[in-house]
Design a protein around this ligand. Structure first.
Ligand SMILES: [Zn+2]
Ligand SMILES: [Zn+2]
Length: 307
């Protein structure tokens, strides 16, 4: 099984599990408390939106399985270039709440400008959310700069608002793999970027000796059939797995000197349910720093032809 969709927990289970992990992180890293507080507030909004989507009738991506199989075989993720209807009401509300949380959490003026632009319609929520779903960084950046808004913050807000929908959409596509051609194409996916949305993984979670890449956007999990650099497929000497902290062999970085990129890898009892991959990402920030100190980075998003 190469693709793994991890089910959403109930709201209570999710808040419980995440609260425990956030508290542990606050204890371990008192210097990060304000950032953790903000992140917890943002992810609560994300989780609430995910549950609201779960209760509503989701716009569906109904594409023939054979068409999807052919697309995957060409290395093109499922969402790329598809006109996907967005649940605008729900996600627009989430956009505004996220701006408010960011404003309270320290990004005051920049976040409020974004909120005003969305509320007044000067920045159209539908186009923003669609650009985020299709991972169109260029469009979001241009739109933000044109309106005098902070591009990185607009990208972040749009991503957080869209991620519950991307997650639900990913489930609606990959939970049903009855068609043999489609199932085979899913199993054959051996690329480092997400077969649903095209994003790079936030990290790899190792559970039961399976190294599962977890998408930073839609949370899909997928396993490669090679142990190699996920970015350039280098498997020789330039590809090294190391634990920066000798005492913590369960937390590693895979670094590749062929493409100067890195991937974080953590051992966990079970894969993180949506949207907790973001917590795992934050819990391992020291690994990002260790890799970056040695000159490794993460490549920018891949671009795919519009169709
Ligand atoms: Zn994805
Ligand atoms: Zn590489």
């Amino acid at each position: 099984m190469s693709l793994i969709t991890v089910s959403l927990l109930t709201r209570e289970e999710l808040l419980d599990t995440s609260a425990r992990r956030w508290d542990a992180l606050r204890l371990a890293r008192p210097d990060l408390v304000p950032a953790v507080d903000l992140q917890q507030r943002l992810l609560t909004i994300v989780a609430d939106t995910a549950h609201a989507i779960g209760r509503s009738r989701l716009p569906r991506l109904s594409l023939p399985p054979k068409y999807l199989a052919a697309k995957l075989a060409r290395g093109v993720p499922v969402f790329a270039g598809e006109p996907i209807p967005i649940p605008l009401g729900l996600l627009r509300e989430s956009l505004l709440k996220l701006c408010d949380a960011l404003a309270e959490g320290g990004a005051a003026a920049s976040a409020l400008h974004i909120r005003d632009a969305i509320a007044s319609g000067s920045m159209e929520a539908g186009s923003l959310l669609t650009a985020s779903l299709t991972r169109d960084q260029g469009a979001i950046r241009t739109g933000a700069v044109h309106r005098g808004l902070a591009p990185d913050l607009v990208w972040l807000v749009a991503e957080l608002a869209t991620t519950p929908f991307a997650h639900a959409l990913q489930h609606s596509v990959f939970d049903h793999r009855q068609d043999e051609t489609f199932a085979a194409a899913c199993d054959a996916w051996n690329l480092g970027y997400c077969p649903a949305c095209g994003s790079w993984p936030a990290l790899a979670e190792c559970a039961d000796s399976h190294r599962v890449l977890r998408c930073s956007f839609c949370s899909l999990g997928w396993e490669l059939n090679t142990y190699a650099c996920i970015y350039c497929a280098e498997a020789g000497e330039p590809f090294v797995t190391a634990a920066p902290d000798e005492e913590r062999k369960d937390r590693r970085v895979e670094v590749c000197s062929a493409c100067q990129s890195y991937l974080k890898t953590v051992d966990l009892a079970a894969l993180s349910p949506f949207p907790l991959v973001a917590i795992a990402d934050m819990e391992t920030m020291d690994l990002d720093l260790a890799a970056m100190e040695h000159g490794y980075g993460r490549p920018s998003l891949k671009e795919f032809a519009k169709r």
